[in-house]
Design a protein around this ligand. Structure first.
Ligand code: KIV
Ligand code: ZN
Length: 525
């Protein structure tokens, strides 16, 4: 049994988080995210729902091969084929967890499952016993737990533990509970399930009433020792409990929350950015811990207080979550070696030489255009180079000229390399970005819905780099593309092309999967 005061952090960004409408992540993005999570000290990473799609299966499998510290986990409904898919995708890891679940509330059992109490109990017995054949580490969840009749819940939990579950997760699936009630539910489970001491109790709270973090934390005093959460709080509907809020509340209020997590909090900001980039979900400015304004002090009185003593208005330091003060970095005379050292300071010690080379080339070009180069600029450059490093682009921008302003319709002249063939066109549009996107459509005809176009300034000032995010949709599959440049229009073209190139990779994989029978598919991935 674990140390009583240690709280296990179970991250479900890549499973429940990915269930946010429009938040899909590619396999490569999930692998990059899992590296940061692994380094950050997340105890268990729920990497996906392997039966749900070949992409999820592939991501769970790749992640289970690469984790050094965290335990990989996959989700399974209460069926053998779901559990088989979990096992097949996780079996490469030295140690892995299978997380199986079934609904236990009257409303779910009647309308979703059409099952009686006895049938649900039988399904729990079969699924947990079956999962246990593959691993000692089995987690069982009673979906819609907080709307479940308590007497029935005790029976389900007792049975799951008897069949081998070592973690019992209590989901507030629809975010309906309030803190006192959630804590009371955990206390009742502790008092009424005879074998509960053989399992770790976990909280999985959704944020429909904005209470996910409060509910999860309220469970701690009642005996919860694992919290399920996501970076930036992403997840179904209003999301899940935000990992960064849970972890920093425990760290900051250790006077009232005498627990500890294994999280290296200095990596929180990096994790937040990588998840936001991969999903294309911006982080709201005033989001606790990771929002752009979380450590900004605007009013004169506050600034004055901060100058006298930080503690007047700061309950935790920005450095403790990895937010570094914007610092002026190198100029155009800085060499490759200094650049590499800087990358390492910024948390990019393990990027490949190709990425360093590509980012350094861009840095030199940027240093010619921009007077002051900040840490954020370097991060944007290296992120941009990581995007390119991971894919062989089929379509590349060779040149772009844009004619914008009042009077004339806006026009773009573009040259693209499309699968090795150099093509050019000139298009007018309703604004310069529209003209650019029309050029791309002309040179590479395709039919997708543009569902997001977003520009962020990386730093202050009119010469700041812009990071552009573009989200495109094809047959319900979402792809996010990104690019950074001091020229917002060049970044826009490259972000769109990045999304398109990623979509082509997805299409290629899909057609590959189509030609393989399901059983072979599992073996081949
Ligand atoms: O919210 C929920 O009930 C879930 C379960 C699958 C744990 O995500
Ligand atoms: Zn959930």
């Amino acid at each position: 049994m674990p140390d009583k005061d240690r709280i296990f952090i179970f991250d479900t960004t890549m499973r429940d988080g990915e269930q946010s409408p429009g938040a899909s992540m590619s396999v490569e993005e999930k692998i990059q995210i899992s590296r940061v999570f692994d380094e950050m000290g997340i105890d268990i990473i729920e990497a996906g729902f392997p039966i749900s799609s070949p992409g999820d299966f592939e991501a769970v499998s790749a992640i289970s091969k690469s984790l050094k510290n965290s335990i990989p986990c996959g989700l399974a409904r209460a069926t053998k084929k779901d559990i088989d898919a979990c096992h097949e995708s996780l079996k490469f890891a030295k140690r892995f967890r299978i997380h199986t679940f079934i609904s236990t509330s009257p409303v779910h059992m009647k309308h979703k499952l059409n099952m009686t109490d006895e049938q649900v109990l039988e399904a729990i017995k079969e699924s947990v016993t079956y999962a246990k054949k593959f691993t000692d580490d089995v987690e069982w969840s009673c979906e819609d737990g907080t709307r479940t009749n308590l007497e029935f819940m005790y029976k389900t939990i007792e049975l799951a533990i008897k069949c081998g579950a070592t973690t019992i997760n209590i989901p507030d699936t629809v975010g309906y509970s309030i803190p006192e009630e959630f804590a009371k539910t955990i206390t009742s489970i502790k008092n009424n399930v005879p074998n509960i001491d053989k399992a770790i109790i976990s909280a999985h709270c959704h944020n429909d009433l904005g209470l996910a973090v409060a509910n999860a934390l309220s469970g701690l005093s009642a005996g919860v020792r694992q919290i399920e959460c996501t970076i930036n709080g992403i997840g179904e509907r209003a999301g899940n409990a935000a990992l960064e809020e849970i972890v920093m509340a425990i760290k900051t209020r250790d006077d009232l929350l005498p627990y500890e997590t294994g999280i290296k909090t200095e990596l929180i900001s990096k994790a937040s950015k990588i998840v936001s980039n991969a999903t294309g979900f911006p982080v709201q400015f005033n989001k606790a811990i990771v929002g752009k304004n979380a450590f900004a002090h605007e009013s004169g009185i506050h600034q004055d207080g901060m100058l006298k003593n930080r503690e007047t208005y700061e309950i935790m330091t920005p450095e403790s979550v990895g937010v570094k003060k914007t610092s002026l970095v190198m100029g155009k005379h800085s060499g490759r070696h200094a650049f590499k050292d800087k990358l390492s300071d910024l948390g990019y010690a393990d990027v490949t030489d190709d990425v360093v080379q590509a980012a350094f080339g861009k840095f030199k070009i940027l240093a010619d255009k921009k007077k002051h180069i900040y840490d954020e600029d370097i991060v944007a450059l290296v992120d941009d180079s990581l995007i390119i490093d991971n894919k062989i682009n089929a379509i590349n921008l060779k040149s772009l000229k844009v004619f914008a302003g009042t009077g004339e319709p806006q026009r773009a002249d573009m040259t693209l390399d499309v699968f090795g063939e150099v093509k050019n066109t000139s298009q007018t549009g309703d604004g310069p970005v529209d003209a650019i996107f029309k050029c791309i459509k002309e040179l590479y005809p395709h039919d997708v819905k543009l569902s997001l176009y977003q520009v962020h300034a990386v730093t202050e000032g009119t010469d700041a780099q812009a990071t552009v995010s573009v989200k495109i949709e094809e047959n319900d599959r979402t792809t996010v593309g990104q690019s950074a440049d001091t020229d917002t229009l060049v970044a826009s073209a490259n972000a769109y092309l990045n999304a398109l190139n990623k979509m082509l990779i997805k299409r290629e994989k899909k057609s590959l999967y189509k030609n393989i029978e399901p059983k072979k598919l599992k073996e081949s991935i």
